[in-house]
Design a protein around this ligand. Structure first.
Ligand code: SF4
Length: 170
């Protein structure tokens, strides 16, 4: 697994769809989940992305007030290098990090590298995009099987605690 290079498909500034508030979304390339109706199939090949060092990625996503989202693609394919980036963000800023993964929370905690990244982040949107559970008015997720999980509370209680927003009625 890569440790010092992050393959980046795109960086989207000031988005409000990839988590709470204004965020900068780091879309990594590479996905081995292969959901049937994925909208980002062009990003399944990691090497189609732009390779960046941890420092380069940090400079590109940390230029203003916005919080951070790791999304893809599948961030867990680059868990080691994203863990380093997340640690730097947490050390140098007070920004929150949302993490999207096609793996479920239960799968993530079973893998040391995945778990390492999870622990650095604040909110996890987990699971594959499932077309049969698609609803077009869902906030921050594509299908109802995906959960928005408060990572810190979940780890503290050792049971799933969903992130809650009064405007997130789905
Ligand atoms: S996990 Fe995301 S990027 Fe990967 S196939 Fe599913 S929807 Fe596409």
């Amino acid at each position: 697994m890569l440790e010092n290079i992050i393959y980046v498909a795109n960086i989207v500034d000031n988005t409000i769809v990839d988590g709470e508030g204004f965020r900068t979304s780091l879309y990594v390339s590479g996905c081995d989940i292969h959901c049937e109706d994925c909208h980002n199939k062009d990003w399944w090949d990691m090497k189609k992305g732009t390779p960046m060092t941890i420092e380069e990625a940090y400079e590109k996503i940390n230029y203003d007030f916005t919080n951070i989202t790791f999304i893809g693609g599948e961030p867990m394919m680059q868990a080691k290098s994203l863990t380093k980036l997340a640690k730097k963000i947490k050390k140098d800023t007070n920004k929150t990090i949302w993490l999207y993964s096609g793996h479920t929370y239960e799968e993530i905690v079973e893998c040391a590298d995945f778990y390492g990244l999870l622990r650095q982040c604040d909110v996890l949107v987990d699971g594959k995009f499932e077309k049969q559970y698609f609803k077009n008015n869902l906030k921050f997720r594509g299908s109802t099987n995906q959960r928005i999980i408060d990572i810190k509370k979940t780890l503290a209680k050792n049971e799933i605690v969903l992130w809650y927003d009064e405007f997130c009625i789905n």
